[in-house]
Design a protein around this ligand. Structure first.
Ligand code: ADP
Ligand code: MG
Length: 238
C-alpha cells in the first residue's frame, strides 16, 4: 500500500490519537469513511480514493513508517523515543494527546532522600530507553523492570520503588496512592514521514503537511496553557 506511487497511507492508533487527529485530517480535507471504534476494519478508506488510514498499536506506528508500509504516521513522543527514529522524519509536533512523562512513587515514599543517599531504586516502566537515559543523566543507579501496562500497581505490590509513566490528569496516580516526583519531559503526538516517501511522493505529501501545520498551530494556542510544547523542527519541509 505504502508503495503505490500515487497513494498515501497514514498509520495511527485508535483512541486518543485517532480522536484528536480526525479534526486535523478534516482540516487537510481527509475524512475516514469508517469509525475505528465501531468497525473491525484495520484499513480505513477515506473520501479520497488514494488516501488510506491503517489502524495499528500506538507503539507499532514508527515501525510501519520506518519500513515504508505507511508513508505517514501519527505517534507520541514517548513511542518515538523508545523506537529510536530510524527511517523517518519528524517534521511536525501536532500538539495533541498531550501529557507528561513522570517519575512517580508511593505517597509516603521519601524520594528526595533516597536520591540524596544514593539508594539503588527499582523502577518499573514500559519506557526503558527514556527511563535509562533520565536516571543516567542524574547519575543514579537504578534497576529497571520492563512492564507492558498498569505500572501504577508495581509500587503497591512491592515490585518497584518508583515508576516512569505518562501522566495527564494525575487521577490514576491519585487513585493508586502515588505522587509524581519528577517530570522527565512533556509529551505530545508528532507527524512522522517515511524518508523515501517524502522524496517520491512530495507532491502529495507537501499540501497535506501544510494543512497539518496550520491545524497544529491552532492546537498549540489551545494547549499552551496545559502543557509546555516544543516547536523544534517545525518548518523543516515547508
Ligand atoms: P496504547 O495503550 O496502545 O499505548 P494509548 O491510546 O493509551 O495507546 O496511548 C497512545 C498515546 O497517547 C501514547 O503513546 C501517548 O503519546 C498519548 N497519551 C496522552 N496522554 C496519555 C496518558 N495519560 N496515558 C497514556 N498515553 C497518553
Ligand atoms: Mg493505553
Amino acid at each position: 500500500m505504502g508503495r503505490i506511487m500515487n497513494s498515501i497511507t497514514i498509520a495511527l492508533s485508535k483512541g486518543r490519537i485517532f480522536d484528536e487527529t480526525a479534526p486535523m485530517l478534516k482540516a487537510a480535507g481527509i475524512v475516514a469513511l469508517d469509525d475505528p471504534e465501531t468497525s473491525r476494519k484495520l484499513i480505513l478508506t477515506t473520501n479520497h480514493a488514494n488516501v488510506w488510514l491503517i489502524i495499528v498499536r500506538a507503539s507499532d506506528v514508527p515501525t510501519y513508517v520506518q519500513y515504508g508500509a505507511a508513508d505517514i504516521g501519527i505517534a507520541g513522543k514517548d513511542v518515538l523515543l523508545e523506537h529510536g527514529g530510524a527511517g523517518f522524519y519528524q517534521p511536525l509536533d501536532l500538539n495533541i494527546a498531550s501529557c507528561r512523562m513522570m517519575v512517580a512513587v508511593q505517597k509516603d515514599f521519601d524520594y528526595e532522600t533516597a536520591v540524596r543517599q544514593g539508594a539503588r531504586l527499582r523502577v518499573a516502566t514500559k519506557y526503558l530507553r527514556t527511563a535509562q537515559e533520565h536516571f543516567a543523566e542524574k547519575g543514579m543507579h537504578v534497576d529497571l523492570i520492563k512492564l507492558y501496562g498498569s505500572m501504577e500497581l508495581a509500587p503497591i505490590v512491592g515490585l518497584a520503588d518508583a515508576i516512569v509513566d505518562l501522566v495527564s490528569s494525575g487521577n490514576t496516580l491519585n487513585a493508586n496512592q502515588l505522587k509524581a516526583v519528577e517530570e522527565i519531559m512533556p509529551v505530545s503526538a508528532r507527524l512522522i514521514i517515511n524518508q523515501a516517501a517524502l522524496k517520491v511522493k512530495r507532491a502529495l505529501i507537501q499540501p497535506m503537511l501544510k494543512a497539518f501545520l496550520e491545524a497544529a498551530k491552532k492546537n498549540s494556542v489551545v494547549n499552551m496553557s496545559k502543557v509546555k510544547v516544543q516547536h523544534r523542527d517545525r518548518n523543516l519541509f515547508l
